[in-house]
Design a protein around this ligand. Sequence first.
Ligand SMILES: Cc1cc2nc3c(=O)[nH]c(=O)nc-3n(C[C@H](O)[C@H](O)[C@H](O)COP(=O)(O)OP(=O)(O)OC[C@H]3O[C@@H](n4cnc5c(N)ncnc54)[C@H](O)[C@@H]3O)c2cc1C
Ligand SMILES: *[C@@H]1O[C@H](CO)[C@@H](O)[C@H](O)[C@H]1NC(C)=O
Ligand SMILES: *[C@@H]1O[C@H](CO)[C@@H](O)[C@H](O)[C@H]1NC(C)=O
Ligand SMILES: *[C@@H]1O[C@H](CO)[C@@H](O)[C@H](O)[C@H]1NC(C)=O
Ligand SMILES: *[C@@H]1O[C@H](CO)[C@@H](O)[C@H](O)[C@H]1NC(C)=O
Ligand SMILES: CC(=O)N[C@H]1CO[C@H](CO)[C@@H](O)[C@@H]1O
Length: 547
Amino acid sequence: MDEIPPSKGRLLLYVLCSYTVASLTAVLGITGQIFYWLIFDVCGFGKKQSNRKLNVTKSSNPNEYYTLIIGSGFSGLGAAIKLRELGTDNFVIIERHARVGGTWYANTYPGCACDVPSNLYSFSFEPNPNWSHFFGRQPEIGQYLEHCTDKYDIRRHIKFNTIVTEMKWLDDKQLWEVTTQSNGEENHIYAKFVMAGYGPLSNASFPKDIPGVDKFEGRMCHTAEWDKTLEFENKRVAVIGTGASAIQTVPELQKTGVKQLLVFQRTPPWVIPRADRKVTNFEKQLFAKFPAIQKLIRALVYWIRESTVLSFVYRLPTRYVNAELVKYNLRMHVKDEELRKKLTPTWELGCKRVLITNDWYPAIQKPNVKLVTNRIKEIKSNSIVTYDGDEYPVDIIIWSTGFLVQNFQLPIYGVNGKPLAEQWSETMQARVTVPNFPNFFFLLGPNTGLGHNSIIVMIEAQLQYITEALLYMQENNIQTLDVKPDVHDKFNHNLQAKLKKTVWQSGGCHSWYQDAKGNNTTIWPDFTWTYILLMKTFDFKNFIFQR
Ligand SMILES: Cc1cc2nc3c(=O)[nH]c(=O)nc-3n(C[C@H](O)[C@H](O)[C@H](O)COP(=O)(O)OP(=O)(O)OC[C@H]3O[C@@H](n4cnc5c(N)ncnc54)[C@H](O)[C@@H]3O)c2cc1C
Ligand SMILES: *[C@@H]1O[C@H](CO)[C@@H](O)[C@H](O)[C@H]1NC(C)=O
Ligand SMILES: *[C@@H]1O[C@H](CO)[C@@H](O)[C@H](O)[C@H]1NC(C)=O
Ligand SMILES: *[C@@H]1O[C@H](CO)[C@@H](O)[C@H](O)[C@H]1NC(C)=O
Ligand SMILES: *[C@@H]1O[C@H](CO)[C@@H](O)[C@H](O)[C@H]1NC(C)=O
Ligand SMILES: CC(=O)N[C@H]1CO[C@H](CO)[C@@H](O)[C@@H]1O
């Protein structure tokens, strides 16, 4: 911490080095992409998918579908769009919310935005020339998903305000029996396939080690369950947590005229600047007229992002360069040495999610904001007490404490009534499919999360795989597929072995990427293009089929 900061010349060298690595990756990546496209798509070494359709016959039971989709976020909507493209209407989407959007419907806290540029954080097949900023804000991402829903005529397939409460595989019928609840009424829906796009970040998490929450007499809410009726003016507000949502909302709350904003931090995040700006009308028109330009920007952003894998996963020396640059960013914005100490993480850049913002450091230094680093001991009727005995009076508490990533609660029963909870009691593992759970596809299941790039890339890769699987089954008259257990185990074993060496497991932190046993169940530890290639074709040899 008392290290001597590098000289100006050295810093300049670091910046140059960092830019060079990013540019080289981009050039190599885009060149590779063009060659791949020429060889496989233009010259037709890959199978043309556009004219391959599913031939699905409607069941006589009105409650039986070819596919049931859980969720209408990017995953669920993407799956529905693919099914329509494959020529079938025989599916239903179950959504517990009143509208589509998932993450982008639920998270309405002030400041909510994506942290991957919108040109990349959107479907590749549905570019949007209208993004107001480089990093789209929550309302417009929500609108974008509404737009996709209507454009691809998905809305009529969605049952809103309905929650999936249980799923059972019926061995004799080769069908999933899905129990749903809506308005207190229980229903059963049957489907040959289930595509589960329930969203790994859709169940809000609250700390379990803080007593007295129920005694609090003020108002409170979680960032993912935002209470629009909250008034902040002249109030004493506590934000608990300093993760991705907190760093977006604290700068906005600070501006609402709060009397005092207390930010309770357990561990500080590494922060890098957000290269954001408004998109001009000229650019929007350009994008609308020449979609190729937007495609190129998308590719550039994608490959520059991919270059971080070199330091996070492959541990190239660029990681030291990047570490110096984030430290410089902190030194430049926070002059007060004591505060800076509190804001300096003890782990390596990347181990916990790197946060992208320009407003966090300035906001935390405003006169009406106070960073509290002592652990919270308890909550009283009108205050928060820390372990060092300080008591902070508060009127409103904002929980910015993340999501239940590791507690999978959906009851699912596979072959012979085997519960998934039992199979996952040690650790959650999947590879789009899970052994003993035939015809069940996870969208963004275990180990498909990213610390560096747009998750939509992963969703689209999985949808490609599922499409290939469905077509293969139809072409070969197959009714059910179940992944071979040894293939599944080997895949996950290799994955965990690879993870061990990455920044997420060896970077000196404990994060929400890991489960209680220390297994890393969230991150895909590689380039996303290796995942895309892995998902490109259906590896039928790895499955057990029933006709
Ligand atoms: C604030 C925030 C910012 C983010 N920013 C980025 C970013 O910049 N880049 C990035 O790559 N990722 C980001 N993410 C991750 C984000 O979750 C994913 O990018 C993506 O939105 C996930 O889409 P999804 O459809 O898989 O899940 P979700 O969007 O969570 O959708 C799941 C849907 O399923 C529904 N559902 C769940 N269970 C049931 C059930 N039992 N019955 C019925 N319906 C159910 C939920 O209500 C929800 O609508 C962010 C996440 C958050 C919370
Ligand atoms: C679709 O399936 C039905 C019945 O299985 C069959 O009669 C029909 O010819 C098929 N159509 C196509 C285009 O394959
Ligand atoms: C962008 O805006 C135009 C004009 O308002 C609209 O027609 C188009 O559907 C929008 N595109 C998307 C992807 O939202
Ligand atoms: C999310 O929480 C709801 C309500 O507690 C629960 O029914 C559901 O199973 C949870 N989802 C997952 C994926 O754990
Ligand atoms: C991780 O998961 C494996 C099962 O794949 C389990 O045996 C092990 O106990 C878990 N925990 C650790 C720390 O490896
Ligand atoms: C399977 C695996 O890689 N497990 C490792 C997960 O990470 C913990 C530490 O975080 C290791 O102890 C495990 O061996």
